[in-house]
Ligand binder design. Structure first.
Ligand SMILES: C=C(O[C@@H]1C=C(C(=O)O)C=C[C@H]1O)C(=O)O
Ligand SMILES: NC(=O)CC[C@H](N)C(=O)O
Length: 805
């Protein structure tokens, strides 16, 4: 059967975290280029009702009302959705919240469903005889079984007793022992309006594209089946939340494109440098493999001789702005280690909007960003650096940025986020993001070989300005150059560094004398009973339909006079070795809690990796169980892992985040490339975890920092829907800030290749103060005591068992 001709489709997004996944249903049927021309996702508050009627309605052929948090009878949740349904000027498909809105628009009541369910697979049966979208040739050919599996995410439902005559129920769920049958589909008897309560776009739903085809064929009929529909006009495309262009097969590099085939990318002024294509290449990647030299040495000893003593620095400057040890370690996945001293640091404070340049030999310099976000400023600057590179990307960290975005950077990454008013003076001293520039580093491969890497500068400094003409803020490149900052080493500096590394590797012999110190006692900042009460508040919000899952967190603290964070890291790296084990030490930074900032991380979770062919991979973790320590029976440990893997509640928690991450990736990747190669796999390191792999290919018009921004903060640390959950957690959590915990950390290579972890299982040292955050996903099925135990398990996996809490 021929698929319907693709009409101009507007998906109205109620700030749900799954809305973009509807695009995947389209790309199962149509090519990316056509989908990107004819289908848009627009935030529900982008237009007023009258603007929508005048500017948008005459230029589209149908609307899909997305899922979303809250209730359809609450005007602030549903915007002009009810007006649109009552006017029904074109065909409308409602999904979940959109489906419930159909009920409300025609007089039904919304009540709590007797089967509050999020992220579970449910069996659906269409009404007999089939009606609405289930009575379509497309539906019939999509499967010969009547019943089909879908995923549901809802606390609310249309009250079946109040469904008016003009609506008709088209499908119900098949009842089970613990879930009575519920309404899963409606249609209007006369108007072109259909709704489904379930989520056809979920990764684990079946027959989603058949449902879409049935709807699109109704849209075709409604418009008298034209031979084709025109593309969307550019003013509608440009009002899209996030625009992506189709991937080009011919340019497998991470370099941003100069030609933007589609209009604006970001909601705020677009920051894609306009003159990238004209730049002369001025930076080059250097590499020297050292073969057998130093192969038998311990990384720790090399770190101490090379990084702590800051060998190979320009003109022998003694004090470094920082020390970096990307110390990936796991027995099962190959990892590399990188050692470096950043040349300078850029930090950002959200409350004061202040960027600070820190160098070892000069006082700090400041810049206040007035109209541009730090993300946009940093993204444009980083793209200009990538553009100055005269070669294609290579795997791994080749120099460029290393550092973190703290969780609070969400205020500038999440569209629609409302900042809580900050009154405390402390906020103006926070370091919400910190990125160090590295143009020479030493890497150790998985096989033990040492490689020296660098970024070479052309003597004529070919870096053009990355200034956006519309912005009043000075660009990153211009500002840094006005402070005499240079990017890349000269060939003399490279030779000096190389000699130094070779000297260190040729002469390190005595083993480190720095002892690994044991962890000081950590105490919870709030009591277990306090945390349990907060769990109740989360569950109540879920009951009300405000969220499907909330990642609630808390903090544990310790203080240690004369703390040597490095000794503590030596203990951590053997106690809880992890894929993203990292030590970042910035002695010159001061936060409100102390002087000197160090991050001691043993995170197992990948936030986002971008490889040289612009493939993005995210690996969210949800589902955690303690392991049985060695010495005890191994079979028991394996059994616990298997129990976790098959646990319905844990699988649902994971699935919810997988659907969220898919939607995040669809905001920056070519839609048809987003896939889930591995769904809910067990990984057992310090604890047992369920891990999913989600991948996609970055769209041509999206750079690496912009990709990170669109996916930030990591969905596994927020819950879903992301925006509403984050806003509620701001109120629910005892701590005012999560800080570095819950953010992301790692490298963004000069060529765009990146690898960032989610900052969990990490100790942050500020002066003498140590803190570690921990939490877990709260769902409707959460048990207070088990959730608190899970928090203690997570902290215990980092600093040893906590007794008495
Ligand atoms: C919140 C934390 O972890 C997150 C929550 C997990 C869970 O609920 O199982 C697992 C990994 C993280 O994404 C933490 O470790 O503090
Ligand atoms: N997924 C959704 O759209 C949920 C709709 C509504 N907030 C509910 O919980 O029922």
């Amino acid at each position: 059967m021929e698929r319907p001709v693709l009409p101009r489709t507007l998906i109205l997004d109620y700030y749900d975290s799954y809305t973009n996944n509807l695009l995947c249903l389209f790309t199962q049927l149509y090519g990316d280029a056509e989908v990107l021309q004819k289908v848009v996702v627009i935030k529900a508050d982008k237009y007023s009702w009258s603007e929508f009627q005048q500017q948008v309605l005459p230029n589209i052929d149908c609307v899909i009302l997305s899922p979303g948090p809250g209730r359809p009878d609450n005007p602030s949740d549903i915007a002009f959705g009810l007006d649109l349904l009552r006017l029904h000027p074109i065909p409308i498909l409602g999904v979940c919240l959109g489906h419930q809105a159909i009920g409300v628009a025609f007089g039904a009541q919304i009540i709590n469903t007797p089967a509050i369910t999020h992220g579970h697979v449910v069996l659906i049966k269409p009404a007999e005889p089939k009606i609405g979208l289930f009575d379509s040739p497309f539906w019939q050919t999509s499967g010969n079984q009547d019943e089909f599996e879908v995923v549901v995410y809802n606390s609310l439902t249309i009250d079946p007793a109040t469904i008016p005559n003009e609506l008709e129920v088209t499908a119900r769920s098949v009842p089970t022992l613990d879930r009575p049958s519920t309404v899963q589909g409606v249609r209007h008897r006369e108007y072109p309006i259909w709704g489904v309560q379930y989520h056809p776009e979920s990764i684990s739903s079946t027959r989603g594209s058949a449902l879409l085809q049935s709807f699109l064929s109704e849209v075709n009929k409604y418009h008298s089946s034209p031979p084709s529909f025109p593309p969307l006009s550019s003013h509608i495309i440009s009002s899209c939340a996030y625009r992506v262009s189709a991937a080009s097969r011919s340019r497998p590099s991470t370099r941003p494109s100069s030609a933007l085939p589609t209009p604006p990318v970001t909601p705020s002024p677009s920051r894609t440098p306009s003159r990238i294509g004209q730049r002369r290449s001025g930076l080059r990647l250097l590499e020297k493999r050292l073969g057998e030299l130093g192969k038998g040495l311990r990384t720790q000893d090399v770190y101490e001789s090379l990084v702590q003593k800051r060998r190979g620095s320009r003109k022998g400057k003694e004090k470094a702005t920082g020390q970096v040890w990307l110390d990936g370690q796991t027995p099962t996945r190959a990892t590399t280690t990188s050692l470096a001293n950043p040349e300078f640091l850029l930090t950002y404070c959200l409350a004061s909007r202040k960027v600070t340049l820190h160098r070892s030999d000069l006082p700090p310099s400041h810049l206040i960003l007035s109209e541009i976000t730090f993300w946009d400023w940093f993204s444009a600057g980083s793209q200009a650096l990538t553009a100055a590179l005269g070669e294609s990307s290579k795997e791994g960290w080749r120099g460029g940025w290393v550092g973190y975005f703290g969780y609070e950077m969400k205020a500038e990454s999440l569209q629609g986020y409302k900042r809580p008013p900050r009154v405390d003076a402390q906020a103006a001293e926070e370091v919400d993001a910190c990125w160090g520039w590295v143009d020479r580093l030493t890497e150790r491969t998985d096989a033990g070989e040492w490689i020296v890497r660098g970024v070479l500068r052309h003597p004529s400094d070919p870096l053009n300005s990355d200034t956006d003409e519309d912005s009043e803020d000075i660009s990153m490149i211009d500002w840094l150059r006005s402070h005499d900052v240079t990017f890349g080493v000269t060939s003399n500096e490279w030779d000096e560094y190389l000699q130094d590394v070779e000297m260190v590797l040729g002469s390190v012999s005595p083993a480190s004398t720095i002892p690994a110190t044991s962890f000081p006692p950590f105490r919870p900042n709030a009591t277990g009973s306090d945390y349990r009460e907060r769990i109740d508040a989360c569950r109540e919000a879920i009951r009300q339909g405000e969220s499907y899952e909330l990642t609630l967190t808390t903090k544990f603290s310790a203080s240690s006079p004369n703390l040597n964070p490095y000794s503590l890291y030596l203990r951590l790296r053997t106690f809880n070795p992890a894929y993203y084990s990292t030590y970042l030490h910035f002695p010159s930074l001061t936060t409100p809690r102390g002087s000197g900032l160090s991050i001691l991380s043993s995170s197992p979770e990948r936030f986002l990796k971008i490889d040289k062919s612009r493939r993005v991979e995210m690996m969210p973790i949800k589902g955690t169980r303690a392991r049985i320590k060695p010495g005890q029976c191994r079979k028991v440990d394996a059994q616990i892992g298997e129990e976790l893997r098959t646990d319905h509640k844990e699988r649902a928690e994971n699935l919810m985040i997988v659907d969220l991450i898919r939607s995040d990736l669809l905001s920056c990747c070519t839609p048809s490339t987003v896939s889930v190669p591995k769904l809910i796999a067990l990984e057992s390191y310090g604890v047992h975890n369920l891990v999913t792999t989600v991948q996609g290919t970055l769209a041509e018009n999206v750079g690496s920092v912009e990709c990170v921004r669109r996916c930030f903060p990591p969905g596994s640390m927020t819950g879903a829907p992301k925006l509403r959950s984050v806003q509620m957690l701001d109120d629910f959590e005892a701590e005012k800030r999560r800080g570095i915990y819950s953010g992301c950390l790692g490298y963004i290579s000069i060529d765009g290749v990146s690898d960032l972890s989610v900052v969990i299982r990490s100790i942050v040292a500020e002066g003498e103060q140590l803190s570690i955050g921990a939490g877990g996903a709260i769902t409707w099925l959460s048990d207070r005591d088990k959730e608190w135990d899970e928090v203690l398990t997570k902290v215990g996996s980092v600093v040893g068992k906590l007794e008495g809490y």
